[in-house]
Design a protein. Structure first.
Length: 427
């Protein structure tokens, strides 16, 4: 299938009522909200569904709420559609959500982590001292120059988010923020939109939070990533779980390289993006970054229907190449059967359990090659899988090697856009 990216929003996307529909309609979402309540020790569900926007907007509450909503939407979608993403990327807080959905952070750990992150970020600057605003339709160089000019008498103002060609976000002291906003509106006719956040994130004003958050991160266990996750700091994929602590620590004070991240996945073949979480902020930003990626927001019932239609369209486009993908998987099974070491001295068992099934699959493969893969089905691939299971059993292949071989085949199938149900066959 064509490459799909899953994206996750950051703070500012929260609204009262978020996640209620997921909670009421899906057991897995209900379980996640209850887990979040248990971890936090207060009623996050009530805060999301019918609390006050002022309380929900508090940094520690907003981050935990958005992460929980986003993970719930992700799990409901993948449970329903069985779609494997090529990339995951999140905006600010959303990067932690992406790592959670990639399996690098356990959900309960992630809820606790973002709540602590929010508290540390809020505590770094007293309320009212800092502010953030979205700047639209003003050249980045002009915004950068105004920020530099505003950095006097100990005041700080920086570009904190590079969101799209037409939008950046500034962050810093409130006084500098007001001065820059006035100039942008009066002299450059720019659109200045204050953000619903309670601290100046991704700026040097967050320096105090960095070592404390790094210490917090060091108390968690991180796991290998199931899918590539893009870092906000570099705009490139994580190299491994070993860089999680460093990346997330630096992210607090570093500018979010969202536009660069979108261009990276675009250059690597992504044509569709699905946003999981409240509102549709990232859908709109992706649209502003490039016309080649079609983006949808899962938070909208209408767009959920469009997402389902898009998946059908992508699957239809894949049909033309599908036979060749299946043939390649059969070739892979035959190659593994040949190269696997034989630990069974019985020639009779070898003839029945290895040569006979191998020849049958090889004969079918030859016929399909002459027909350029036409008429191939998943059943044909599963026959090759069954052949390989017989080969492993007869050759007395160690269980660890069998699991390794089948895991590689399943990964190759996913890359080729083929969904194989072979777990039951390899247990």
């Amino acid at each position: 299938m064509s490459k799909i990216a899953f994206v996750f929003p950051g703070q500012g996307a929260q609204y009262v009522g978020m996640g209620r529909e997921l909670y009421e309609e899906h057991v897995i979402a209900k379980e996640l909200f209850h887990q979040a309540n248990e971890v936090l020790g207060f009623d996050l569900m009530n805060l999301c569904f019918e609390g006050s926007i002022e309380e929900l907007t508090k940094t520690e509450n907003a981050q935990a709420a958005i992460l929980t909503h986003s993970v719930a939407a992700f799990q409901v979608f993948t449970q329903e559609h069985k779609v494997e993403p090529s990339y995951l990327l999140g905006h600010s807080l959303g990067e932690i959500t992406a790592l959670t959905c990639a399996g690098a952070i356990a959900f309960k750990d992630a809820v606790k982590l973002v709540y602590q992150r929010g508290r540390l970020m809020q505590d770094a600057v007293a309320e009212g001292v800092g502010a953030m605003a979205s700047i639209q339709k003003v050249d980045k160089a002009i915004v950068q120059q105004l920020c530099q000019q505003a950095c006097v008498d100990g005041k700080i103002a920086v570009i904190s988010n590079y969101n799209s060609p037409n939008q950046v976000v500034i962050s810093g002291h409130s006084e500098a923020f007001v001065a820059i906003s006035e100039i942008l509106k009066n002299e450059y006719e720019g659109f200045v939109v204050p953000l619903k956040v309670s601290a100046p994130f991704h700026s040097p004003l967050m320096n105090e939070a960095v070592p404390k958050f790094r210490a917090e991160l060091s108390t968690y266990t991180f796991h290998d990533l199931k899918y590539p996750v893009i870092s906000n700091v570099t705009g490139l994929p994580y190299e491994s779980r070993d860089v999680i602590i460093e990346n997330l620590s630096n992210q607090i004070v570093s500018a979010v390289q969202w536009q660069h991240s979108v261009h990276y996945i675009e250059a690597n073949g992504v044509t569709t993006a699905f946003e999981f979480g409240p509102k549709k902020v990232l859908k709109n930003l992706i649209k502003s970054c490039t016309p080649t990626i079609q983006a949808y927001s899962y938070d909208s019932k209408e767009e959920r229907d469009l997402m389902a239609q898009e998946l059908l369209t992508l699957q239809a486009k894949e049909i033309a190449l599908y036979p060749y993908n299946l043939l390649a998987l059969i070739d892979r099974c035959l190659a593994v059967a040949i190269c696997t070491k034989n630990n069974n001295p019985s020639q009779e068992e070898y003839e029945i359990g290895v040569l006979k099934p191998y020849r049958e699959v090889k004969l079918k493969q030859s016929v399909h090659e002459q027909e350029e893969g036409r008429n191939l089905t998943i059943h044909d691939v599963n026959e090759a899988i069954h052949m390989l299971q017989s080969v492993f059993t007869t050759k007395r292949t160690p269980l660890s090697e069998r699991a390794f071989r089948f895991t590689n085949i399943q990964q190759e199938a996913r890359v080729r856009g083929v969904a194989l149900e072979i777990k039951e066959q390899i247990v």
